[in-house]
Design a protein around this ligand. Sequence first.
Ligand SMILES: [Cu+2]
Length: 308
Amino acid sequence: MFDPHGPIARSIATHGWWLLLMSIAVYLVVMVALLIALGRRRREIDDQPETTRRLTRNVSIAVALTVVILVGIAASSVVSGRGIYSPSGAGAVTVDVVGHQWWWDFQYHDVTPSDVFTSPNELHIPVGLPVVIKAMSTDVIHSFWVPNLMGKRDLIPGIVTNTWIQADEPGVYRGQCAEFCGHQHAHMALEVVAEPMNTFQAWIRHQREPAAEPATDEERRGKDVFMQSTCVTCHAIRGTDAGSHLGPELTHVASRLTIAAGTLPNARGHLAGWIANSQSIKPGNRMPPNALTPDDLQAVLAYVRSLR
Ligand SMILES: [Cu+2]
């Protein structure tokens, strides 16, 4: 959070530095005054009314100064708070951020219903433009936090919270759930991929497309196994009969950087381990182990890996 890459994070970091420097200054002044008082001998004039008056005046000045500093901090809080709540301009795109135990779903709004798609655990945004976020949760309270780009935003069941996010430069920024939400809270991470407008639009166009048709025999067999086993009860693959959203959408799963909410890099070996028994990787997560034969597992793997 002390390495801001967007306007919200910057105003939070600036505010944080001011608070820190102010606290250090006040602490030093108080300590120096304390040391002077400790080292000072008691004198005869200390009991005279003149000294009492001077003391009263000095204490009043210190109290007034304290009030001024606190009001200054409050004002600075309000100013940075305003910048955080209202987007810097019209939003480029609106995204629903939905918290699940223990993964994120990002649903991109569109005027055409068939163009709506989800991008689990990976939020793509165009550089330099605000993206409007509507945050919600399906189970318990989560908190959406991307330290380099924005402060924490709670996702509360039954309530839609509005916020926004913006990045200055292209890059991949890690985010993390910041409100303890159960067993796998620590493995509830996400990636924000900030990219130039044309790359972002190309990504959107690609994500809108239905899943690629299987190209090889093994992939075709994998698709059959997928459609005939329990996978379809939880996962959606657009363009096929699989349409459940209990788990992350898999239409373009192979194009993502990580699997299981930032738990593992999206590589063949990790995927195999995940599909066979995700409970050994992320114990308690909502995907049950799958008793697939080795051949079926290889085929499903080939199919899932073809979903670019
Ligand atoms: Cu959490």
